[in-house]
Design a binder for this molecule. Structure first.
Ligand SMILES: O=C(O)CCC(=O)C(=O)O
Ligand SMILES: [Fe+2]
Length: 252
């Protein structure tokens, strides 16, 4: 268990509330690895408590925490808005990012080897960030997303430069059926010489989904081949939906 997202950090005001810890113990690596290998995603239920979700969603309006705000419609990305956190990240977001990286890095390295990709990833997130920063990828990528009625997120890949960690995590901060309707997390998979396959991940508030950023290896009869994944969110029919996105590489 680790500290609250808002507990410390040089620029975070002392008055900000302290939600409970993320349930990193639910992050059962063997199960997650099996699910990622089979489907390209793993669902981790109840990763964050409702109070933490509410506090994270509420911090969307705190301008001082963010480096930039993107109106998705302006870029053809969909409809809705998201904001990238500024460095220094709220202390526990940095800790979650580092802790999740360390749990996922063996899978990332095995995937890259299976796909014949040269990169291998260092055991700590600090060392991987140093590699990103040395290559000019210095801007933080953790983000909060906010969707209202009619909003959606087009299928995409969060690639921000040459250095790409092949897995990322999204955490739903709102409760489907209560806070919003519609707005399902969707993944598609482009398989060589085959039509694309879509999967919907039925997240509840506080659930995390770990998924492939771009390519993943699939075991074929003649060895592994690569499939390309994309993710997005279907249109909201009602209400408001917030998500926390944790991407492990930084951006140019
Ligand atoms: O809102 C969502 O569930 C999708 C978020 C997303 O695209 C991301 O975390 O990269
Ligand atoms: Fe994304």
């Amino acid at each position: 268990m680790i500290a609250s997202p808002f507990a410390t950090g040089p620029t975070v005001p002392a008055s900000v509330p302290s939600p409970p810890d993320a349930a990193l113990h639910l992050f059962d690596r063997a199960r997650i690895e099996r699910a990622l290998d089979a489907d390209g995603f793993a669902h981790v239920a109840r990763f964050l408590e409702a109070a933490s979700c509410r506090e994270l969603a509420a911090c969307y309006d705190d301008d001082a925490r963010f480096r930039s705000t993107i109106a998705m419609a302006r870029h053809g990305f969909g409809r809705g808005e998201y904001r990238y956190f500024a460095y220094p990240l709220p202390a526990a977001l940095a800790q979650w990012r580092a802790a999740l990286y360390e749990r996922l890095v063996p899978i990332a390295n095995r995937w890259h080897a299976a796909m014949g990709l040269a990169d291998d990833f260092p055991p700590t997130h600090a060392d991987f960030l140093a590699r990103c920063h040395a290559a000019g990828q210095r801007r933080p990528t953790p983000l909060l997303l906010r969707y209202g009625p009619g909003d959606y997120n087009c299928l995409h890949q969060d690639l921000y430069g040459a250095h790409v960690f092949p897995l990322q995590v999204a955490i739903l901060l709102s409760q489907p059926g209560e806070d919003f309707d519609g707005g399902e997390f969707v993944l598609t998979e482009q398989r060589p010489r085959m039509q694309s396959r879509a999967q919907v991940v039925p997240l509840c508030r506080g659930d995390a989904v770990v998924f492939a950023v771009n390519q993943r290896p699939v075991q074929g009869s003649r060895g592994p081949y690569r499939v390309a994944m994309r993710h997005g969110v279907s249109r909201l029919r009602r209400g408001q939906r917030h998500t926390l996105g944790l991407i492990f590489h930084d951006a140019t």
